[in-house]
Design a protein around this ligand. Structure first.
Ligand code: SF4
Length: 410
């Protein structure tokens, strides 16, 4: 029987095929899946360390032309609620991150047609000039594709230009489910097909960058399609070895088109999350690190993740805008993350984006302000338009008018 064979292979740490993974995912009891994933985690990380990073999720703009149906964060071009952060605002966020012991920004945003490649290059150069050791984990594959389409340059040329300006690594956002049937239904096929997402990651790895990989599940996909997503990542990892980690989370439905118009309103449960994480640890046998997504699942399920294959608690985060827009607002500062790791029986260590351990908790070395809620991109109602935007050519009619640029030729 497939399930028996799958159980034996998982127990022995052997590679699973699609049928075996499906048998485990659909038929194995949850505690068995957890035990197998925990054993796979322990084979990779026998020292009992659970890592985390102190960084900040900064969304440089919420203006987006992609309009994915699962997204509650974006605002259309011309919306009064649309924003672009000023370079100075981003510097202030970096200062606050450094004060908390952080070493990196996770910088992502909407597909804003009025931010050309030069804006990103200037921002990255300005950050590196002020903070030479600070890392930029920035621009998911669909953002790279968006800039590529705006600039007319191939994705690899965009990556090379951004690396020259200071890009250090690429986050795995925008993957959702890497199956085009699902991507069409989620209105995200246009921003990146499955092949395009994987293609950008392949180019990034060839350019010497390390990246993460993600999966958002719980919308319109089947269990087979979730597994297909994992197998496609496993294949690319066999080819390039460029992924540092895998992070999965469930669709957050509040305020999304998918929930209000299309009726996908129920969030996946905690057990479904833990089973999905566990099967990912078993399928992704060439990924060293799996993160716990406490920001979508809450601290308690996040902590349980450490018994279902995760070896990393992700990020202290400091700021979050995307998940909060869809109704989840969990917060854990470094003290809370460390408490959860130690209570689960592991040793907490700070890490870099490359998963190199850099030390013990900062708050045990010096006084650090407690953080009881995550910051937002901007205070509500702040509609400031950064002065430096006038230097960049806008693409949209609204953007060109706002910057005093002549309308585009039709
Ligand atoms: S998920 Fe990203 S690309 Fe899609 S609408 Fe939201 S901001 Fe835009």
């Amino acid at each position: 029987m497939t399930l028996d064979r799958a159980l034996a292979k998982a127990e022995a740490g052997e590679r699973l095929d699609r049928a075996e993974a499906l048998a485990l995912y659909t038929q194995a009891p949850t505690h068995v899946l957890g035990r197998l994933a925990d054993a796979a985690r322990a084979r990779r990380h026998p020292e009992g360390i659970v890592t985390y990073i102190i960084d900040r999720n900064v969304n440089y703009t919420n203006v987006c032309v992609a309009r994915c149906s699962f997204c509650a964060f974006y605002r259309p071009v011309g919306s009064a609620e649309g924003y672009v952060l000023a370079f100075e605002e981003i510097f202030r966020k970096i200062d606050e991150t450094i004060e908390l012991g952080g070493n990196q920004l996770l910088l992502q945003g909407g597909h804003n047609p009025d931010l050309p490649l030069a804006w990103y290059e200037d921002l990255f150069r300005a950050v590196k000039a002020r903070y030479p050791d600070f890392k930029l984990h920035a621009l998911s594959p669909p953002e790279i594709l968006h800039i590529s389409r705006l600039s007319g340059l191939p994705p690899r040329a965009v990556i090379d230009r951004l690396v020259a300006a200071g890009l250090d690594s690429i986050p795995g956002g925008g993957a959702e489910i890497l199956v085009d049937r699902v991507r069409r239904l989620l209105h995200c096929y246009g921003k990146a097909t499955a092949d395009e997402w994987l293609g950008v990651m392949r180019e990034a790895h060839r350019a010497g960058l390390r990246t993460t990989a993600t999966m958002m599940y719980g919308t319109v996909e089947t269990l087979e399609e979730r597994l297909e997503h994992m197998f496609r990542l496993r294949e690319l990892q066999d080819e390039t070895g460029g992924f540092t980690a895998f992070i999965t989370w469930s669709f957050q439905p509040d305020h999304t088109e998918l929930a209000s118009r299309l009726g996908v309103a129920a969030e996946a449960t905690g057990i479904e999350y833990l089973r999905t994480l566990a099967i990912a640890r078993l399928v992704l046998d060439n990924f060293a690190n799996l993160q716990a997504s406490w920001v979508t699942q809450g601290g308690k399920v996040g902590q349980l993740s450490l018994a279902f294959g995760a070896n990393d608690m992700g990020s202290v985060m400091i700021e979050e805008n995307v998940v909060r827009a869809a109704g989840a607002a969990y917060c854990m500062d470094e003290v809370e993350i460390v408490r959860n790791i130690e209570d689960a029986g592991f040793i907490p260590k700070r890490r870099t984006m490359h998963y190199e351990v850099i030390g013990d908790p900062v708050f045990r070395e010096r006084a650090v302000p407690r953080m009881l809620e995550l910051a937002t991109a901007r205070a509500a109602g702040d509609t400031t338009v950064p002065a430096e935007l006038a230097r960049y050519e806008a693409r949209s009619r609204v953007g060109r008018a706002a910057r005093g640029q002549s309308p585009p030729r039709s």
